[in-house]
Design a protein around this ligand. Structure first.
Ligand code: SF4
Length: 288
């Protein structure tokens, strides 16, 4: 998930009703595992996040941002502040100034250390310097307006919270997603952005890439043909439809939660935010 989307998907839950199919990279990642992650992929987790999100316990567990989510958001805000106050990129105390804007001292030691390193990395090598920036989000703006995609056989709303969009010198539109931590880039996120760009920036050729702010590491640049984009759109439409059907099934017989959203318990449950309330959890909690 993008840093912006990472923080914002909880707001998104309130907007998702069984009556209106929607899709996003986040939904795609909950429906289908990334390559090599099949073993610990759990559909019940999607059920908690997308079907039971309004229950007080689920809401409380969802709202607890992990250290890595906080680092992601602060890193994104840091990049935004460097470009909002561009002179800070030239100042020797630029990192300190941005740290103060972010009120970094209020965070835990781990968060402070890692975000300070990210700010230092970016100050040393500001990737967006001299780029023609079209969009650069702080990461806490609220969820973007959905794109309504209507074709003969399907109709759905696409949500794509982009971190950054800029124009290359050859007029190519480049969508950049910032990352932190060690998770591998998931190409599907870039594909969702490229599909969104087809509707948001129709006069541009678009490419997408990732940049890990913590490791100062760029991904390859991802591009697709129009026919590949058609196939991606169809796949995402199926995901939207499947999820809507699951929501409807759950709504009709909500005592069958585990039959609609199948659990996949295991060691990975200890990293699941819902393990304390999940009756299938592989983690034994003293309070459960
Ligand atoms: S605790 Fe385990 S089984 Fe339950 S939702 Fe989370 S990953 Fe799935």
């Amino acid at each position: 998930m993008s840093l912006a989307a990472n923080i914002l998907f909880y707001q998104f839950q309130a907007m998702s009703t069984p009556e209106s199919p929607f899709a996003s990279y986040h939904l795609w990642s909950l429906v289908a595992p990334a390559t090599s992650q099949q073993r610990w992929h759990c559909q019940m987790r999607r059920g908690f996040i997308k079907a039971r999100q309004h229950e007080p316990q689920v809401k409380a567990l969802s709202a607890t941002a992990s250290a890595s989510q906080r680092i992601g958001l602060l890193a994104q805000k840091g990049v935004y502040e460097f470009h909002h106050h561009k002179y800070l990129l030239d100042r020797s105390d630029g990192v300190e100034q941005v740290a103060q804007i972010l009120k970094l001292s209020a965070s835990t030691e781990e968060v402070q250390q890692r975000v300070r390193q990210i700010l230092q990395n970016y100050h040393n090598d500001p990737l967006l310097l001299d780029k023609q920036i079209v969009l650069l989000t702080r990461g806490d703006e609220g969820f973007p307006k959905p794109i309504l995609i209507t074709q003969q056989n399907y109709r759905f709303r696409l949500y794509a919270a982009m971190d950054c969009v800029f124009i290359e010198s050859d007029r190519t539109l480049h969508i950049l997603d910032f990352k932190t931590g060690k998770s591998p880039f998931d190409q599907r996120q870039a594909l969702v952005y490229l599909l969104a760009a087809r509707y948001l920036y129709p006069s541009y050729q678009a490419v997408a890439s990732f940049y890990n702010l913590e490791l100062s590491k760029k991904s390859e640049v991802i591009s697709v043909t129009q026919s590949e984009l058609d196939a991606i759109e169809l796949e995402i439409a199926h995901i939207a439809q499947k999820h809507q059907q699951d929501l409807q099934k759950y709504q009709q017989q909500n005592n069958h939660f585990s039959q609609v959203f199948l659990p996949n318990p295991g060691y990975h449950c200890r990293f699941c935010p819902f393990h304390s309330i999940c009756e299938f959890s592989g983690v034994k909690s003293s309070s459960a």
